[in-house]
Write a protein that binds this ligand. Structure first.
Ligand code: NAD
Ligand code: GLY
Length: 351
């Protein structure tokens, strides 16, 4: 088992290893909670819910569950409102705990609920998708989608504990393994050519504990330097401005990871076209995406994505922010005026 400490807002541990679900009750009891509300989805709860409930019961913590339909479309205000009602019916108090058991959708929704119920109750993240293990469970971003776009509501709310039991990844569908790999490729692009080659030449699935720990440690550095996403942390959005537009345009039938992969491929080809990075750098990214059968180009015409890009919350004072790549291990933020966006993207070869 590996333990990483994230030093923001009081600080919390991220535990990464095998068999960790069994010790959950002990961990929650240590936090002083009498009740726990487990938020999960209809794929994950039937697989792991009972282990959690009985581990909690063993230490005298009462558990209630709230199970949503799996998928991005559940990350909305209606589901949130009915979860709030359930938490109230269950009479959760400010010292009780919300446990988010699942992928990034459950984590974002559960996090948002924990941060707003009684102005904030303790949150434990138990990520079960690869994407959630390496990214969404750590760092404290919570989110809901609005009909107008992705993640338009949200809070910064750090968990009290993150438990990443890698045994849960054995039931993850291949498609979701690929999606999680996209965010790992993102970290490698931000970090180093060595890391990118390591995950291109070997399979992430053969070295979960090592790779997840490495990604969490990379994310830790960005989050500790910029908890509220005003500077360095924005680099973690490499590929995301285009990716979020793709997700929204597909009405969330394209998953977050695949959309981010396409966004990373497209923005890198723009960087090559504009002479910001070399074709060799692009080739390294494309080999990694190819290894995990991930897309590398926009799957919708620019005309359809532009309104969604303009609606993105990364727009500030009439400017949209993109993360550009000059070489592996070196990304930077570039702001572009909304009125210049269309031409700037088209001149970069995107259509
Ligand atoms: P997800 O939560 O929809 O999970 C993907 C699918 O895998 C779902 O069908 C789920 O039921 C299933 N699943 C999860 N774990 C499983 C397991 N162990 N066994 C079997 N099936 C399992 O999606 P995701 O890819 O985990 O996360 C994407 C979401 O995360 C998006 O909403 C994205 O915006 C958000 N996100 C948030 C942050 C953040 O910092 N808060 C960062 C990145 C992504
Ligand atoms: N996933 C980007 C962030 O946490 O900042």
């Amino acid at each position: 088992m590996r333990k990483l400490r994230i030093n923001v807002s009081g600080g919390y541990d991220v535990l990464i290893g095998s068999g960790l679900l069994l010790s959950l009750g002990e961990q929650i009891a240590k936090m002083g909670a009498e009740k726990a509300c487990i938020v999960s989805d209809d794929n994950v709860f039937p697989l792991y819910g009972d282990i959690l409930v009985s581990s909690l019961a063993d230490t005298g913590v009462k558990a209630e569950k709230y199970v949503i339909l799996h998928g991005e479309r559940s990350k909305n205000l209606n589901v949130y409102a009915s979860l709030m009602e359930r938490m109230r019916d269950f009479r959760l108090s400010g010292s009780d705990v919300l446990i988010a058991l699942g992928g990034g959708v459950v984590g974002d929704l559960g996090g948002f609920a924990a941060s707003t119920y009684h102005r904030g109750i303790p949150l434990v993240q138990i990520p079960t998708s690869l994407l959630a293990c390496v990214d969404s469970s750590v760092g404290g971003k919570t989110a809901l989608n609005l009909p107008s776009g992705k993640n338009q509501l949200g809070t910064f709310y750090q968990p009290s504990l993150v438990i990443c039991d890698i045994d849960t990844l054995h039931t993850l569908p291949t498609e979701e393994y690929r999606c999680g790999s996209a965010e790992i490729i993102k970290y490698a692009i931000l970090e180093s050519e060595d890391f990118l080659r390591e995950i291109t030449d070997n399979s992430i699935g053969d070295m979960y504990e090592v790779v997840i720990s490495r990604c969490v440690d990379i994310k830790r550095r960005y989050v500790e330097a910029d908890e509220f996403d005003r500077g360095k942390r924005m680099l973690l959005n490499f590929g995301h401005t285009l990716g979020h537009a793709i997700e929204a345009e597909s009405n969330y039938s394209v998953s977050h990871g695949c959309a981010v992969a396409a966004g990373m491929g497209a923005i890198t080809s723009l960087c090559v076209e504009k002479g910001i990075c070399s074709g060799d750098t692009e080739k390294l990214l494309l080999s990694a995406l190819d290894k995990y059968s991930l897309p590398s180009a926009l799957m919708y015409p620019l005309d359809r994505l532009l309104p969604l890009i303009l609606n993105d919350k990364k727009s500030r004072e009439g400017k949209i922010r993109f993360v550009l790549l000059s070489q592996i291990g070196n990304c930077f933020i570039h702001e572009i005026h909304e009125e210049e966006l269309d031409l700037w993207l088209r001149n970069g070869g995107l259509k």
